[in-house]
Design a protein around this ligand. Structure first.
Ligand SMILES: [Zn+2]
Length: 83
């Protein structure tokens, strides 16, 4: 994982360089590639301490497809069922 340079000032007044893990990229829709809203961004350790509902929207395909693509998916599956 690529690390981020962070300048830290110590109590003695000297400045030192520390390296911090970067946040992973934003989650994208599997259908159209749009950035997903309501999906938490963080390392696995940070995500482990989050509540389940804060990690992705609580609906079918939440965290996988955007709202437009999931609407299309519901319609498609309903049309296939009626056949
Ligand atoms: Zn989409």
């Amino acid at each position: 994982m690529v690390k981020k340079k962070v300048y830290k000032r110590l109590p003695g007044g000297t400045t030192v360089v520390r390296f911090k893990k970067r946040k992973p990229s934003k989650a994208a829709c599997a259908g159209c590639g749009a950035v997903l809203h309501g999906v938490a961004r963080g390392t696995n350790t940070q995500r482990k301490h989050m509540t389940k509902s804060s990690k992705r929207p609580e609906r079918p395909f939440g965290g996988m497809l955007c709202s437009k693509c999931s609407r299309k998916q519901y319609k498609q599956s309903a049309r296939e069922d009626s056949k």
